[in-house]
Design a binder for this molecule. Structure first.
Ligand SMILES: NC(=O)c1ccc[n+]([C@@H]2O[C@H](COP(=O)([O-])OP(=O)(O)OC[C@H]3O[C@@H](n4cnc5c(N)ncnc54)[C@H](OP(=O)(O)O)[C@@H]3O)[C@@H](O)[C@H]2O)c1
Length: 256
């Protein structure tokens, strides 16, 4: 049975900052958070997509135009959120890129781009956000099943996600004085626009996608909404004793 209309949402009164909230998993999560009563701020690079996303999210959502590849953007995004809402209760480190190349084809740019966006930005976003995270706040990192499996061509991308997973563990201990929970969500293959941005020919993407789906015990891609449901669990009081872990939301792919 769904919640009654006159009941407060599961995130009523909470302030959520979601990096990369104009698309895919970030957007689905932002919409769900707002529906559950949170005040949401999203970041991203494409202003048209951000404006469109904010209109879809509702509940007074706002956006910050910021390129996660530039380290100062972490401060910009945090400062804008705090200027508007005074604090951050839920920090969803979601912005990320995925580029797949075999090891003999990678170059420094392939490495640096992914590490700057997927690792350096979350690290500095946490650092900037820390003074504004009240006791009981939660930090959620979007990692990936690739941190647990060895898929061809994902050497650098997998390493970025493994780094984030490690950060989650360390912060669970480092931030214990403020009773801040830090968790990761590890998606399996999820149907989002990211597959159009891999830098691979469409045919190769289709083939790779079919390969992924066939390895998932549930036999399919997940949806961004299914991911958002798991992130809501981790962000809300329902996940109040879940800390330091990585929650796989992958149809069982990591377990077989
Ligand atoms: N889809 C999957 O199968 C899957 C599986 C495992 C993990 N993940 C992880 O899930 C997260 C979200 O991905 P998604 O699948 O939802 O893909 P998506 O639809 O492409 O969303 C990626 C988001 O990250 C933002 N972003 C990327 N680079 C950025 C930058 N330099 N500066 C600011 N924002 C940036 C994008 O904003 P702009 O469009 O404005 O750049 C977008 O909002 C990523 O961390 C990804 O690694 C996805």
């Amino acid at each position: 049975m769904g919640k009654l209309d006159n009941q407060p949402g599961r995130l009523a009164g909470k302030v959520a900052l979601i990096t990369g909230g104009n698309s895919g998993i970030g957007l689905a999560t932002a919409k769900l958070f707002a529906k559950e009563g949170a005040k949401v701020v999203i970041s991203g690079r494409r202003e048209d997509a951000l404006k469109d996303a904010v209109a879809q999210i509702g509940n007074g959502a706002d956006y910050v135009l910021a390129d996660a590849a530039i380290v100062s953007s972490a401060k910009k995004v945090v400062d804008a959120t705090v200027a508007k809402h005074g604090r951050i209760d839920i920090l969803f480190l979601n912005a990320g890129v995925a580029y797949f190349l075999p090891i003999d084809a990678i170059d420094e740019d392939h490495f640096d781009t992914q590490f700057n966006i997927n690792v350096k930005n979350p690290f500095f976003t946490v650092k900037e956000a820390l003074p504004h995270l009240p006791e009981g706040a939660v930090i959620i990192s979007n990692t990936s099943v690739v941190g647990q499996k060895g898929f061809d061509g994902t050497g650098v991308y997998s390493a970025t996600k493994a780094a984030l997973r490690s950060l989650t563990r360390v912060l669970a201990s480092e931030l214990k004085a403020k009773k801040i929970r830090t968790v990761s969500v590890a998606p399996g293959p999820i149907e989002t626009p990211i597959y159009g941005k891999l830098g691979m020919p469409e045919e190769a993407v289709q083939e790779m996608g079919a390969g992924f789906a066939s390895q998932v015990p549930l036999g399919r891609f997940g949806s961004a909404d299914e991911l958002a449901n798991a992130v809501l669990f981790l962000a809300s009081n329902d996940g109040s004793f879940v800390n330091g872990v990585e929650l796989e939301v992958d149809g069982g792919l990591s377990q077989v």
